[in-house]
Design a protein around this ligand. Structure first.
Ligand code: ADP
Length: 184
């Protein structure tokens, strides 16, 4: 059965780490998202993003899309179908705001994984260690989105499967079990 693990959680919690692990160990591909921002050096179309014009962007069927500054970003049905052609199980990192759209449109094909840590101070430390700009970190952790992502709204809570990502070895073990159960 085709399924998608949608992964949400605050910045620094380990969403990228988890998708990378699932890709490296199980070859589970990530759904590539779309953007109208220009390609940066080193980026590859179809790998980092699907790079779109305003016109091609308009034609896609989105689960969610947002505008940051001058540019649009979004995840589409077309990109999901492409990922599913590679593998029945795929992943996608989503904003908490976008989760409901996936659950509504995909029903039980969407497995909602919410990552947290037991103490939010850990997150700041991780962002510093990851090499993020300290001023940017301050700005981000004081933002509405960040505060929103620290907790789930009750309407989403009941659909969420939680992993507390304090310890990476424990998390990997939980992911291994999850993949075994989803691949049945
Ligand atoms: P996100 O994609 O959610 O913003 P990342 O996956 O980039 O988060 O992780 C943020 C930083 O924390 C990275 O440097 C990553 O290597 C590190 N990290 C992820 N999981 C753990 C963990 N369980 N313990 C310690 N460090 C972790």
């Amino acid at each position: 059965m085709q399924r998608i693990i949608i992964i949400a959680g605050p910045s620094g919690v380990g969403k990228t780490t988890v998708t990378d692990y699932l890709y490296k160990k199980y070859n589970i591909p990530r759904v590539i998202t779309h953007t109208t921002r220009p390609m940066r050096t080193g980026e590859i179309n179809g790998k980092s993003y699907y790079f779109e014009t305003d016109d091609t962007f308009k034609k896609l069927h989105f689960f969610e899309h947002v505008k940051y500054g001058d540019y649009q970003y979004g995840s589409s049905r077309e990109a999901l179908e492409k990922a599913w052609r590679k593998n029945d199980l795929v992943t996608l990192i989503v904003e908490t705001e976008g989760v409901a759209s996936y659950l509504n449109k995909l029903g039980n094909k969407a497995y909602f994984l919410y990552l947290t840590v037991s103490d939010s101070k850990i997150l700041k430390q991780r962002l510093i260690e990851r090499g993020d700009d300290v001023q940017e970190i301050e700005k981000r952790i004081n933002s509405q989105e960040y505060k929103r992502d620290l907790r789930l709204k009750p309407n989403l809570e009941r659909f969420a499967h939680y992993i507390i990502n304090d310890n990476l070895a424990d998390t990997k073990e939980k992911l291994d079990k999850l993949i075994t159960s989803l691949e049945k």
